[in-house]
Design a binder for this molecule. Structure first.
Ligand SMILES: [Zn+2]
Length: 128
């Protein structure tokens, strides 16, 4: 049996005013000093690396999800802007010919937009 007193941890903890020695029973040795598992430098590094890795994975997932949803939102906004822009290109004559005062909420607007785009030579349209 080893009669020598058990080594105490050399790790420092913040007491609220200053650093004090941890003082728990030390089960680990590192570079000639004794530490509990909490303050054993290689264990601390391992926990830190692991938590950084978890944080990194979590952050990458969040970043990927945000990019995907932002892309979807951007597309939606672009489509909406494009639709509104297209509607301004429909001549008032077209609405009148359809017997409409305005085109809001009318499905016929799509037909009118196609007609206006064909008239203006825009070939990117009409692929609904
Ligand atoms: Zn300790």
């Amino acid at each position: 049996m080893n009669a020598a007193p058990k080594p105490k941890c050399d790790g420092l903890v913040w007491s609220g005013f200053s650093n004090v020695f941890c003082g728990r029973n030390a089960g680990y040795e590192h570079e000639g000093r004794h530490f509990c598992k909490t303050h054993h430098p290689p264990s601390m590094k391992e926990r830190s690396d692991k938590s950084f890795q978890l944080y990194k994975e979590k952050w990458e997932k969040i970043a990927a999800a945000r990019t995907a949803s932002e892309t979807a939102a951007d597309e939606m906004a672009q489509n909406a802007a494009r639709y509104l822009w297209l509607r301004t290109r429909v001549p008032h004559k077209a609405y009148r010919e359809m017997g409409l005062i305005n085109a809001y909420g009318c499905e016929e607007i799509d037909v009118a937009i196609d007609a206006a785009m064909i008239e203006s030579g825009d070939t990117t349209s009409g692929k609904r």
